[in-house]
Write a protein that binds this ligand. Structure first.
Ligand code: PEP
Length: 253
């Protein structure tokens, strides 16, 4: 019912020429898989060139961030209108943005609204920090982040959620499939309360945090988990392809 999705967050890696090389190395393999949504999110400056290269393929493109104003005197920022011409998805509220760029729940909410307004599909990231996890606050933190991000948003068309425990991002210490399945189930129940059951059943919720070819199956095998947001491993063509293929075998319809 929900099409699985594997999204690669390249973060601040690859020059334009390196981005093109990476796409060339994975394009044919990814294109062979038709029952999983494959999304790559290179840095802003590579979006146009990568977009040209994947034209006609089934690979989808996403950005890693957005500003919430449509245009104007905001030096250095990239607007929803600019991105809507180039890509289909945009990562919003990644923990690195919350941590290093002081993105609050309010800012994340404005960005989600701005993206939806121009037809971009947000990949909303939420997740607890290590100390919150250790204090048993995961459910509370994730619920608060979700509700704050979706405040005043009446429709979720195309929105994807990525549950990314902060302590698992880039650390090599992934959560377990079972733990993530439980938290993702809680996120879905929250969406059901905020909207309705049908909408909750239609929203794709991914796991993110140190997913590799070696552990991806553990996550995509879980009933609530619709795929993965992959950081480090998405920079290696063979590894990213293996994650996509395993997802296709386990979850593809
Ligand atoms: C991410 O950047 O969203 C992420 C999950 O990174 P990594 O896979 O490297 O932990």
């Amino acid at each position: 019912m929900r099409v699985p999705m594997i999204a690669g967050n390249w973060k601040m890696n690859t020059t334009v020429s390196e981005a093109l090389e990476l796409v060339k190395a994975m394009r044919a393999g990814l294109d062979e898989v038709d029952n999983v949504d494959k999304v790559i999110c290179p840095p802003f400056i590579s979006l146009a060139a990568v977009g040209e290269l994947i034209k006609g393929s089934s690979i989808k493109l996403g950005a890693q961030n957005i500003y919430f104003e449509e245009m104007g005197a905001y030096t250095g920022e990239i607007s929803p209108l600019m991105l809507a011409e180039l890509c289909e998805f945009v990562i919003i509220g990644h923990s690195e943005r919350r941590q290093y760029f002081n993105e609050t729940g309010e800012i994340v909410n404005k960005k989600i609204q701005a993206a939806l307004k121009v037809g971009l599909k947000p990949i909303l990231c939420i997740g607890e920090r290590l100390e919150e996890n250790e204090a048993g606050l995961t459910a509370e933190v994730v619920t608060e982040q979700l509700r704050s991000a979706l405040t005043g948003i009446g429709y979720l068309s195309g929105l994807v959620i990525a549950y990314e425990p902060v302590w698992a991002i880039g650390t090599g210490k992934a959560a377990t499939g079972e733990q993530s399945n439980e938290t993702i189930g809680l996120i879905r129940r929250n969406i059901s309360e905020l909207y309705d059951k049908e909408i909750a059943q239609g929203v794709r919720i991914l796991y993110g945090g140190s997913v590799t070819a070696a552990n991806a199956a553990e996550f995509v095998r879980q009933l609530e988990i619709d795929g993965a947001l992959v950081g480090g491993a998405s920079l290696k063509a063979a590894e990213f392809l293996s994650i996509v293929k395993q997802t296709s075998e386990i979850r593809g319809h």
